[in-house]
Ligand binder design. Structure first.
Ligand code: PMP
Length: 445
């Protein structure tokens, strides 16, 4: 077997740069539940599992058995020409678990990105309008449509223009820093103003097909909306015949303690996108939407050769079964509360923690230079992550300075405690100035 050094050298030679975000050089060999093992045999607790699409933990037996059984039966036939049971059953299941007392249909893709592109297509086709409105600081993916809807990082859009036209970005109603750096809202109206002004001045509502929302901005820094904003936006959209679509690729399927994150915000989306954990890491995404919207495109307007792959659909059915049978929605909420209770104490204890926020096991710890100015402190955040990595836990910073705490929902209570102990130990070291010399240059988004 090749050594660590040999493999890393080859990686540098052959693996293209744009597909990586550099943090630490963890060369992973295998993974089980919440544990990652590198090729030298060192173990790490995975606190980043939503990024690797594993709400149900790494290689859960129920899912790997389903994969093996289906792989032996049939690896694939393209859904464009053939029907098969796993895809049909999965479409039914996703329509059932997605909130909304109306008839729904589902379609499949391979990544969150292509499904977000699909939302653009369906929304334009159904409404006959061309404009899509999304949020500043959003991340919807890396294909041209999804990329055009994103507004997070210059490198993601540099050198590749032009982007898909008729996409507008409005400010996200950030409940911590507010809009335009303003501290707190006076009213929801004030937060709706940019959207209303846009409709009144340069983009009439009759030309807007859809608003696409991450209810909690994931890669942008686990930002929560001002309470009541999405309900108000949703009502405003419907008054104007604008569809309300939710990208639940990161926050969906148990991550926040519910099937769909809209359940926290009292809205029922017209279209919902699932991905990442949908099939425990196998490449699969889905759009679930109102039947009439999903019937607005005709074949073959949205097909991919390997979408709805039966092995991935079997993995997904087993994943959703596991979430139900092992009560992972409730577990996410319960473990999230345990973690947040401890973290709230840190927020009081450490000058560099500005905010702790989240639902279920999707928690952000916002690291700041000082609590008053709320200035992001990415250096401190990265130093904490690096030190933690040395101690055997994988955590990253997103949105420049936000520690992204998203362990698998199957993390045991003991592992959770161990992870929280390690973070606290590291925070103490940070507070005592012991991490001042850590070099974190070149890391992060
Ligand atoms: N939407 C959201 C909210 C995401 O977090 C991501 C991935 N980070 C995507 C879409 C893109 O998904 P994928 O990487 O599977 O294309």
């Amino acid at each position: 077997m090749a050594t660590y050094e040999e493999l890393m050298e080859k990686d540098e030679q052959y693996f293209a740069e744009a597909g990586r975000i550099s943090y630490y050089s963890l060369l992973i060999d295998h993974a089980d539940q919440a544990t990652l093992v590198d090729i030298k045999g060192k173990e790490y607790i995975d606190l980043l599992s939503s990024a690797s699409a594993t709400n149900t933990g790494h290689s859960p037996k129920k899912v790997t058995d389903a994969i093996k059984n289906q792989a032996d039966k049939m690896l694939h036939y393209t859904p464009a020409y053939m029907y098969h049971e796993p895809a049909i059953k999965l479409a039914e299941k996703l329509c059932e678990i997605t909130p909304g007392d109306f008839e729904k249909k589902a379609t499949f893709g391979l990544s969150g990105s292509d499904a977000c592109d699909g939302v653009m297509k369906y929304a334009r086709a159904y409404t006959g309008r061309s404009n899509i409105v999304t949020f500043q600081n959003a991340y919807h993916g890396s294909t041209y449509g999804a990329l055009s809807m994103s507004a997070l990082n210059n490198n993601m859009r540099a050198k590749m223009g032009p982007n898909v036209p008729n996409v507008e970005h409005i400010p996200f109603p950030d409940n911590y820093r507010g809009m335009y750096g303003k501290a707190q809202p006076n009213s929801i109206e004030e937060y709706l103003a940019p959207f209303k002004q846009m409709m009144e001045t340069y983009l009439p509502s009759e030309e807007i097909a859809c608003v696409v929302v991450e209810t909690i901005q994931g890669d942008g820094g686990l930002l929560e909306p001002v309470p009541g904003y999405f309900k108000a936006l949703y009502e405003l959209c419907h008054e104007h015949g604008i569809l309300f679509a939710v990208d639940d690729v990161q926050q969906g399927l148990g991550r926040t303690g519910t099937w769909c994150s809209t359940e926290h915000f009292n809205v029922e989306a017209d279209l919902v996108v699932y991905g990442k954990s949908l099939a425990s890491g196998m490449p699969l995404s889905a759009i679930v939407g109102r039947k009439e919207i999903m019937d607005s495109l005709e074949a073959p307007a949205h097909i991919f050769t390997t979408a709805a792959n039966p092995v991935c659909c079997a993995a997904s059915l087993a994943t959703l079964d596991m979430i139900e049978e092992d009560n992972l929605l409730q577990e996410s909420t319960r473990k999230g509360e345990i973690a947040q209770e401890r973290m709230q104490k840190w927020e009081n204890d450490y000058a560099f923690i500005g905010d702790v926020r989240g639902f279920g096991l999707s928690i952000g710890i916002d690291i700041v230079t000082d609590k008053k100015s709320k200035t992001k402190d990415s250096q401190t955040a990265l130093k904490i992550c690096n030190r933690l990595f040395e101690k055997g836990a994988v955590l990253i910073a997103i949105g420049e300075s936000v520690l992204r705490f998203q362990p698998p929902l199957v993390i045991t209570d003991q592992e959770l405690k161990q992870a929280l102990d390690l973070i606290e130990e590291t925070m103490n070291e940070m507070a005592q100035g012991k991490l001042n010399d850590y070099d974190v240059s070149g890391q992060g988004w």
